[in-house]
Ligand binder design. Structure first.
Ligand code: NAP
Length: 239
């Protein structure tokens, strides 16, 4: 089965300029991966890319503005990455958001925003990337769901529906690549509370939260497993 060292891989990390996505990006870039970070706020992306590249003294992180809800922007992103490097080896579906709401006062706008970002956006991006992974006989897809994809919480019903839905979609995707006998692994992260404010190495996370670095370490561990190993949902939270 085809393998590829991280130093030859190209990744797209959605939401890679902030929080968990940024931590993933730093870890991947440090391991030699070329990482395209994509989300809406261009200045946030550019700042993150400059800081990480500066630290590494290498040009490994590239920013690309993307609203994951827009299929045209997705085609443009994937086209650009493929034209430049010829492959997308790793797709990290990390972008996501929640809106405060309740089951009784849920709004159509809130529901649409959450479902289109957390669920339909991922489906659109995977649909654009998958044929190239299959064509190159290599790929990893990582989905960031949540403990809210495993348990329901009354203050975020749309978010829970989207994150449960993401795990269902990922199962269908895993079944699809298995039936195609494709060299593609599908990993899901289901984190509990992750501190995206105290993110520096050695900084103490808030009570009940885990340090974001644990997410990055777990990602690199998952990617290091052999190609025929299926690691299903990674439930990771503060004990
Ligand atoms: N932190 C936690 O405790 C926790 C726990 C469980 C799961 N998660 C999940 O982890 C993922 C990362 O969250 P985080 O905690 O690191 O928070 P975050 O810093 O707010 O990250 C969310 C990212 O998603 C991007 N995004 C939002 N809407 C987008 C859109 N329409 N198109 C493209 N990108 C979009 C945001 O960038 P722009 O606003 O610039 O687009 C941002 O970079 C999310 O999926 C979240 O649900 C987080």
């Amino acid at each position: 089965m085809k393998t590829k060292p991280l130093s030859e891989q190209v990744a797209i990390v959605t939401g890679g300029g902030t929080g968990i996505g940024r931590s993933f990006t730093e870890a991947l870039a440090s391991a030699g991966v070329k990482v395209v970070i994509a989300s809406r706020r261009e200045e946030v992306l550019r700042k993150a890319a400059n800081e990480i590249n500066g630290k590494l003294e290498a040009e490994r992180v590239f920013s690309y503005p993307l609203d994951i809800r827009d299929p045209l922007q997705i085609t443009s992103l994937t086209g650009r990455v493929l034209a430049q490097w010829g492959s997308i080896d790793l797709l990290v579906n990390n972008s996501g958001l929640a809106v405060p709401e309740s089951v009784e006062a849920i709004t159509e706008d809130g529901w649409d925003e959450v479902m289109e970002t957390n669920l339909r956006g991922v489906m659109q991006l995977v649909r654009a990337v998958l044929p190239h992974m299959i064509g190159n006989d290599f790929g990893d897809i990582v989905n960031v769901s949540s403990q809210a994809g495993k348990n329901g919480y009354a203050d975020v019903p749309s978010y829970c529906a989207s994150k449960f839905g993401l795990l269902g979609y990922a199962e269908a995707l895993r079944d699809h690549v298995r039936k195609k006998d494709a060299n593609i692994r599908v990993f899901n992260f289901c984190p509990g509370l992750v501190d995206v404010e105290n993110t520096q190495p050695g900084e103490e996370p808030r009570e009940g939260f885990i340090h974001v670095a644990n997410m990055a370490r777990t990602l690199l561990y998952a990617l290091s497993l052999e190609r025929n190993v299926v690691l299903e949902d990674v439930n990771i939270y503060c004990r």
